[in-house]
Design a protein around this ligand. Sequence first.
Ligand SMILES: [Cu+2]
Length: 129
Amino acid sequence: MVDCSTVMGADTFTTDLHHAGTAGMINFKMTSATPAPPARDDNTWIIELDSMASGVVGNPIAGATMTATPFMPSHQHGTPKQVVITPMSTAGQYQLAPVNMWMPGVWETTIKVTSPQTDSAVFRFCIPS
Ligand SMILES: [Cu+2]
């Protein structure tokens, strides 16, 4: 059994969940999660990338190249399903699917952007049993 109420530091899904990239170049905003909150097995996320400078969020980033990798740190394993990235009609928004979190527990999904800037952010969710 996984009791997510005892897990510290996991993200709580809201429509304004966002993380500044580790390089401070891109703001990663989760504009949609299906299901919401994220749940076991296949998830579909829409992530908006916005440029960032000195902590101030700027314009949407269209045409980005990125990968998304779910990983379970406590067990050191990932998932057999590759996350497919599809640009949305709204500039700067990308669909990530399937984000397959097949096991209860804490999952860290790293989104790594390699173009036009390099930056990455981690969305960390506790998936209940
Ligand atoms: Cu696991």
